[in-house]
Design a binder for this molecule. Structure first.
Ligand code: F6R
Length: 620
């Protein structure tokens, strides 16, 4: 959600910034802008993708104004104000040549704007960010770092910002609260970015800012005339902070397309390998044992847990819903799922023995982070199931388990979903073995888990057929996704995938719920995708299929290999290998991901950058 890259170093900033911004474009892509310091502050902004900004910049570059070695840029996901050039970042103050790029929301911007207008300041955009730029300018007395600290003391809300000022042409000031920001430290250069993807081609040496941290990065001529690069970290109250510098564990290959047309397709096809990574070293199928280093110190709490609340948003919530079924069914613990956005504003009951698990790919989702804080404040043990190492949720939970599925760049989550379900299964078995599950039962399930990657490979081989089936229905504007039990959340996920990238209206629901109202929607030729794999409720799902067929609906069934019988009852069947029911969502979801991908492609949409969306929702 908004991508930021800033650079201070010994190389020309322009191409480096644009390259970094392209890597962050999945975070938001409605407009983009850049500011370069070259004697004066030069700013270019454009509505649309980073490519449009680049073209504009190339036309201006001949004038040499954009040749500086200090600069910053931004790709926007609009919050305040429409998608226009005037509202694109960077924003400037009206007095000192200060420029700001920002990810987050300044909640009290309206009150601050009124105050600043009374002081005689003028505004050109509708954004909260311009208010922050003007506030920093209002408080500027010759020290950019001090002005940023003072301004941030007045601000409510979330921010990751980078700030430069014409009067201090060798200084970059950056700060964070609630939205991620990382400082990469190279030889005579700093690269600051919203995430590591924009940093690793320059350096792997970096630190993540904590909330309320401000970092001043600057250069000055040393005694020998050579430029010396320095930085200092403090709080917004100017208390010094020692940052924890770490090696970034990210490989350039992981964030490149590697021959695939889209990141989403690449990530769907990576799932066998990412699951292997996720499970590696955690499963001992011989002894029926799960080892989760992150939870080792909390095994007793989990054994005695009275209730587990799983909280998340979107796809991660669907994974959490499967986690709930697993925990009740296998670990015999009371479990519930909660939209993080609702949980945080309710008055949730957290009794002794409650464990709250925040599930998040990015580890930065604002609602999930806030729910986590609420749970911690009320005394729950707070665990994280997170993909991005060192992210806010990962750092603010008591303990957790990483997904280890590698960076997910496609806006529509796929491999992270599978990683989330896999980790929640492992946590369930970790608990179940300590509660009442036999070693043999656990060993059986673990052996089956080990076979899942190979089974997914078999589903992926069917991609051309899944594409053909999808294309048959591509002109239909309304789809239903129906499942029961463990595969009710899978149905929700199938519907979400289809709607978010193909813009087809799709609803997911428990198959039995259909006849309580939604059945009225079914008309001749309406596609209904049934997750009809073999399991406890198979016969009941078949009855629901007949109800749809009787009303003219066209059924696409996701069924278990060998189930020839189902083909007589539906228009199309997509088979998945046989597997125990609790593990089945890890297979049944895969054809649904592939269907969504090909539906979007057939409709000519930009699969990796669906309209109105952005990866990592860091605003409420
Ligand atoms: C959908 C999707 C979103 C995310 C949701 C939570 O494909 O990706 O629904 O699942 O925004 O994001 P994380 O998992 O980063 O907390």
């Amino acid at each position: 959600m908004c991508g930021i890259v800033a650079y201070l170093g010994n190389k020309p900033a322009r191409s480096l910034l644009i390259e970094g911004l392209k890597r962050l474009e999945y975070r938001g892509y409605d407009s983009a802008g850049i500011a370069i310091m070259n004697g004066k502050l030069h700013v270019v902004r454009a509505v649309g993708r980073v490519g449009t900004l680049e073209e504009k910049l190339d036309q201006l570059a001949a004038r040499g104004e954009y040749d500086g070695t200090l600069g910053m840029c931004h790709t926007r996901w609009a919050t305040h104000g429409g998608v226009t050039e005037v509202n694109a970042h960077p924003h400037r103050d009206d007095r000192h040549g200060i420029a700001v790029v920002h990810n987050g929301i300044i909640e009290n911007y309206s009150a601050l704007k009124t105050y600043l207008k009374e002081k005689g300041h003028a505004f050109s955009s509708e954004t909260d960010t311009e208010v922050l730029a003007v506030l920093i300018g209002e408080l500027y007395e010759g020290d950019l770092e001090a002005a940023v600290q003072a301004a941030l003391r007045e601000v409510d809300g979330a921010y990751a910002i980078t700030v430069i000022c014409e009067k201090e042409p060798d200084t970059l000031v950056v700060a964070r609260k609630g939205s991620p920001l990382i400082v990469g430290i190279g030889a005579d250069e700093y690269v600051v970015a919203s995430d590591a993807a924009a940093i690793i081609s320059h350096t792997t040496h970096a630190f993540a800012l904590d909330d309320y941290n401000v970092v001043k990065l600057w250069r000055a001529a040393g005694a020998d005339g050579q430029m010396v690069y320095e930085f200092r970290t403090s709080t917004i109250h100017n208390v010094p902070v020692t940052p924890k510098i770490e090696q970034l564990e990210l490989d350039l290959e992981q964030i490149e397309l590697g021959g695939y047309q889209h990141f989403m397709l690449k990530e769907i096809f990576e799932q066998p390998q990412s699951l292997r990574n996720c499970m590696s070293g955690r499963i001992d199928a011989k002894d029926g044992k799960v080892t989760l280093g992150g939870l080792a110190n909390f095994a007793r709490d989990l054994t005695r847990a009275k209730k587990v609340i799983l909280t998340a948003q979107g796809t991660a919530l669907h994974a959490a819903m499967i986690g709930r079924y697993l925990m009740e069914d296998l670990a015999k613990v009371q479990a519930q799922t909660e939209y993080a956005s609702e949980f945080r504003y309710r008055n949730p009951i957290i009794e002794d023995g409650t464990v709250v698990i925040a599930v998040s790919q990015s580890g930065e989702t604002a609602d999930t982070l806030a729910a986590l804080h609420e749970a911690k404040d009320r005394g729950a043990l707070a665990l994280g199931v997170v993909n991005v190492v060192g992210s806010s949720i990962a750092r603010q939970t008591d303990a957790g388990v990483y997904l280890r599925v590698g960076p997910e760049i496609g806006v529509a989550s796929t491999k992270a979903f599978l990683g989330q379900v896999s980790v929640l299964t492992l946590i369930t078995l970790f608990m179940a073995r300590r509660r009442m599950m036999s070693a043999d039962h656990c060993a059986d399930l673990l052996r089956e888990m080990e076979q899942i990657p190979a089974k997914i490979e078999r589903i992926l081989e069917q991609a051309p057929r899944i594409k053909r089936v999808t294309e048959k229905y591509i002109d239909r504007e309304n789809w239903l996704f129906l499942g029961r039990g463990y595969n009710f959340p899978t149905a929700l996920e199938g519907a979400l995938k289809l709607k978010e990238i193909s813009y087809i209206h799709a609803e997911g629901m428990p198959a039995a719920e259909m006849k309580h109202g939604p059945i009225a929607l079914i008309n001749e030729g309406m596609p209904a995708v049934f997750i009809a794999n073999k399991g406890r409720q198979y016969e009941k799902v078949l009855s629901n299929i007949h109800e749809v067929r009787a009303r003219g609906g066209h059924v696409i069934a996701i069924a278990t290999e060998g189930d020839e019988h189902i083909a007589d009852h539906v228009q199309d069947v997509l088979y998945v290998p046989e597997i125990s029911e609790p593990l089945s969502p890890m297979l049944t979801v895969v054809p649904l991901q592939i269907m969504a991908y090909y539906a979007a492609l057939a409709r000519g949409h930009d699969v990796d950058k669906p309209r109105n969306l952005a990866k990592s929702v860091t605003v409420e």
